[in-house]
Design a protein around this ligand. Sequence first.
Ligand code: NAP
Length: 279
Amino acid sequence: MRTLTFAGRELPALGMGTWYMGEKSSRRDDEVAALRAGLDGGLSVVDTAEMYGSGRAEQVVAEAIAGRRDEVFLVDKVLPSHASARGTVQACEQSLRRLGTDHVDLYLLHWRGSHPLAETVQAFARLQEEGKVLAWGVSNLDADDLAELGGVVDLHECATDQVLYNLSRRGPELDPFGAMATVGMPAMAYSPIEQGRLLTGAGRRVLDEVAARHDATATQVALAWTMRSGSVLSIPKAGTVAHQQENLGALQLELDAESLALLDDAFPAPTRPVPLEML
Ligand code: NAP
């Protein structure tokens, strides 16, 4: 299984997203089962946020990990509007209640808002001292934002920057991955299959061609591609056991040079920095 060093731990390079979970009661049992199937298959990272379904995704996670907390590396995020020194602590405590746990393994600032980064980082430090947060990081910050963050805290303390990264969104390869590499910071790739659009877009034919070369599926190719550098943790969201099991297969898939070249032709790398995109 492909792993990477992340927040001081050795973790599978594939995790599980939860955006839109808990929003339709008819899908809830499938979502819980999908997360459990991921854990059964050896995954440990579960990514959620107070924003997702206004806390309902956290409640789905709570149900899925009940009795299995030790198997899980739990990632949660504070909304920018809550990210003051006091608000961050309160938001975290509310998330912990919904999650049914006493700590998260990683707590991220979801995106930059109006509260100074120094205040949010101060709150993260307090939550760490209290054992409610084991590590902290950021999301949707570009290289300039990271430089600003580096002005208020040693960037080595920031465990990750979670960004939109997939075959159709390669901008991060220049910004912010370059800045992150200088401090050895791994990335988290969100929406790694572009919320399913990669499977229906013009590049599908090439994904299928590469998949056939490896006896894999188009989704597995797209996911394996995001993990190929060894410094990216990819967090697709699977709402069914079948999707989760298919995604698990990406951990065994090593794309060879010819496949990578085919994908580069169909989904070219950026030649100059582009503004960081977010969903
Ligand atoms: P995604 O993982 O790229 O795509 C999810 C979609 O793909 C769902 O519709 C899912 O359908 C489908 N899917 C999953 N596995 C599949 C498979 N094997 N075959 C076919 N379809 C499949 O998009 P995402 O949910 O936006 O991103 C992943 C996670 O990243 C989120 O859930 C969230 O945790 C995180 N995220 C973070 C941010 C941020 O700002 N930090 C922003 C966006 C997302 P089913 O549900 O039917 O399985």
